[in-house]
Design a binder for this molecule. Structure first.
Ligand code: ADP
Ligand code: MG
Length: 364
């Protein structure tokens, strides 16, 4: 059986249920990120009068059918996987010189920023950290409950986005696969992946012969690493510089440090969280819990906090964000653009064809 996008009329099948957004309705493009695969902009929809995010194909290489199909596949997956904790797709823009998927815009960026920009967010209260972990699990559990199950296979803090109230939306379905299809179809479809990070990848993935059957437990391994990152506010395996070295060590059983040095004593339900985490990143995929089991463990923990405690944690984060952007608007922007993703535009030759600049107004 072939996938719908291999069918010559596949795009029509999708666009009969997903709005087609004309290119000229998207204005005020503001560059957000350039990943291994696509480029993401913030934009305005001129009719809807709202902010959206658009994920486009890279412009430096003339994009072929294969690249277009990857983004189409991502659009189809997002369209089918509609849920509270999954990024919402609004439509696709399908024009000869411009192809992108249009999604809701997440004003608080990705979880890795929230965790590691400690100058901007000196305090990150436990109730909110636990709520974020809980909502990621709710999102992935929904995907695994689809028919056939949808496996994300690229869970990492950069792919966990936060809305205006710091609720979670899982993004980036470029490597996701439908469980039954994956057996015959082989690996994911992002063309120039790798170069990405290896830290969320379960060890059985390095030995492809082993990994097929374990497909369902891949996401749980990544989730356990995310748990550690959220609870420690450290980058996993930061001290190891070589990705090959990380892979060797993980194969030999090394995992992030769970002592008091990394995971402070005041983490609520610390013991339970650590045992969930260590089961989740176990070497034997069969012994890792399902997301259902994980949710059953997390539910009583998030119920311990009341609504006010969550709101206070969110307010604290919002205050720090506002403080760091108003007190030193220029230096903060400068600093962030040097460290973050914006530097790509400064240090690399422009990836955009001239025609692109004529058509859109980039606000940087
Ligand atoms: N809807 C969105 N709202 C805000 N930022 C987004 C949105 N989608 C993506 N981003 C930003 O762009 C980055 C890359 O997007 P992603 O979909 O993960 O593409 P890639 O396949 O290149 O990793 C994210 O890590 C996030 O920082
Ligand atoms: Mg990504």
């Amino acid at each position: 059986s072939t996938c719908w996008w291999e069918h010559p009329t596949g795009i029509f099948h999708l666009t009969s249920t997903l709005p087609v957004i004309p290119y000229q309705k998207l204005t005020d493009l503001y560059y957000l990120s350039r990943g291994g695969f696509g480029t993401v902009f913030k934009a305005q929809h001129s009719d809807w009068r709202t902010t959206v995010a658009i994920k486009c194909l890279k412009f430096d290489s003339p994009f072929g059918e294969r690249e277009r199909n990857c983004l189409l596949k991502e659009a189809e997956v997002l369209h089918k996987a509609r849920f509270n904790y999954i990024i919402q797709i609004f439509g696709i823009c399908n024009e000869p010189e411009f192809f992108c998927i249009v999604t809701e815009f997440m004003s608080n960026g990705s979880l890795d920023l929230l965790l590691h920009e400690k100058d901007m967010y000196p305090i990150f209260a436990w109730p909110l950290r636990l709520r974020i972990l809980y909502e990621i699990a709710l999102g992935v559990n929904f995907l695994h409950n689809m028919n056939p199950p949808l496996l994300h296979h690229d869970l990492k803090t950069q792919n966990i986005l936060l809305d205006g109230e710091f609720h979670v939306k899982i993004a980036d379905f470029g490597l996701s696969k439908w469980r039954q299809l994956s057996v015959s179809k082989g690996s994911g479809s992002k063309p120039t992946e790798m170069g990405g990070t290896v830290i969320y990848m379960p060890p059985e993935e390095y030995e492809p012969s082993k990994s097929r059957r374990a497909d369902v437990k891949h996401d749980m391994y990544s989730y356990a690493i995310i748990m550690w990152e959220v609870l420690s506010r450290q980058i996993p395996f930061e001290e190891v510089t070589n990705p090959m070295q990380i892979m060797f060590s993980v194969l030999r059983g090394m995992r992030p440090d769970t002592t008091l040095d990394s995971l402070p004593a005041d983490i609520p339900s610390r013991g339970t969280l650590i045992s969930l985490m260590t089961c989740g990143w176990g070497s034997n995929p069969d012994e890792r819990p399902s997301f259902l089991q994980c949710l059953i463990e997390l539910e009583p923990m998030v119920r311990k906090f009341d609504e006010i405690e969550y709101l206070e944690a969110v307010l604290e984060i919002k205050r720090s964000k506002q403080r760091s952007s108003c007190c030193a608007a220029e230096p903060v922007c400068e600093k962030r653009s040097d460290e973050g993703s914006l530097n790509i535009l400064k240090t690399r030759p422009s990836p955009w064809p001239v025609s692109f600049f004529i058509h859109v107004h980039i606000l940087i």
